[in-house]
Design a protein around this ligand. Structure first.
Ligand code: NAI
Length: 318
């Protein structure tokens, strides 16, 4: 495993690549042989204004290091234009890193319509628009690697960041991963931490200096490589440390003994300890692992279509 990971012949779109994390991704892809579309609207961190300067500088950096890159200054809301830039210049799209982002932090009750809408338009809708434009091309060529960018603020919550709602990107990624699988299109989500203009003044200065965007980029590169088989994953990256998340679910508890039995709020209250008991918890991989559903459905219906009566334990539900 000592061969260098290369992206020769591959075309990578990195959104919001004019600075911060996206710039680090674009430079890494460029240095490993990918042709890079450096997208950046060039506005403020709150999402106001625009400029071509940021994207141009990164393109210049990639080119002067011997790589191939082209700039695109559209908002991710115009995803088809960004994909068109890739097609017009390089004829294909293999990799999409949905990274563009802004921040409009407010405590929950103070979030304005604009604070909510702008954030959702850039992060969730923008990632959808770029990915939807690229997906048919990836499907046709039977290869694609897509990254969605979430945040630990989405995973755990963070004061003042309700509008950021970055775990929505994981929801999007989960289904893109399922629909892409048979076409060799992988979609993974990352929750990065990096010292950038978004975190300046939020991260303590010594940590800010340690958490260089360049330490997040290797995870993105590996997830986007053709040799990486992971899809539908959620990964965290900070300062050269990487980890993977998964769901954990209690064994749960049936609050009725018979199929036709009514379930009351009191029955839920009285079983709360069992419902929330993580002893023997397991890690469901998908809808196929939702045990109670599966086992209820496995119970044969009567000829009239009504569910037959009988003890639930008879169909193997604990
Ligand atoms: P950054 O502000 O340094 O870079 C984001 C880039 O996106 C900027 O260059 C900006 O001009 C561009 N951009 C903003 N709106 C755009 C639009 N509509 N279309 C195209 N480009 C647009 O921020 P950073 O920190 O590098 O963030 C990158 C991503 O990582 C964001 O999605 C952010 O939410 C996410 N993230 C960052 C964390 C961190 O610790 N820096 C933590 C968790 C998530």
């Amino acid at each position: 495993m000592d061969s260098k990971l290369r992206f020769d012949g591959k075309v990578a779109i990195v959104t919001g690549a004019g600075g911060g994390l996206g710039k680090a991704y674009a430079l890494l892809f460029g240095s490993r042989g990918a042709k890079v579309v450096v997208n950046d609207l060039g506005g403020s961190k709150k999402g106001e204004g625009s400029s071509s300067k940021l994207a141009d500088q990164v393109v210049e950096e990639i080119r002067s290091a011997g790589g191939t890159a082209v700039a695109n200054y559209d908002s991710v809301e115009d995803g088809d234009k960004i994909v068109k830039t890739a097609l017009d210049n390089f004829g294909r799209v293999d990799i999409v890193v949905n990274n563009a982002g802004i921040l409009r932090d407010r405590s929950f009750a103070r979030i304005s319509d604009t604070d909510w809408d702008l954030i959702q338009r850039v992060h969730l809708r923008g990632s959808f628009m770029v990915t939807r434009a690229a997906f048919p091309i990836m499907k046709e060529q039977k290869f694609g690697r897509i990254i969605m960018t979430a945040s630990t603020s989405g995973i755990y919550g963070n004061f003042g960041q309700a509008n950021y709602a970055k775990l929505g990107l994981l929801g999007l990624s989960n289904t893109v991963a399922i629909e892409g699988r048979k076409y060799n299109i992988h979609c993974n989500t990352i929750a990065p931490v990096g010292g950038t203009r978004l975190t300046e003044g939020i991260l303590p200065p010594d940590l800010f200096d340690q958490l260089k965007p360049e330490y997040v980029a290797p995870l993105v590169a590996w997830l986007c490589h053709e040799d990486c088989e992971d899809t539908g994953g959620l990964f965290e990256a900070a300062g050269g440390w990487y980890g993977k998340y998964r769901w954990e679910r209690t064994q749960g508890h049936f609050c009725r003994k018979y199929i036709e039995e009514e379930v009351t709020p009191e029955a839920v209250r009285d079983s709360w300890e069992k419902i929330t008991d993580f002893t023997d918890a397991y890690h469901p991989q998908g809808l196929q692992d939702l045990k109670p559903w599966k086992e209820i459905q496995a119970k044969p219906a009567s000829a009239t279509g009504a569910v037959t009566s009988g003890p639930i334990s008879a169909v193997g539900v604990k």
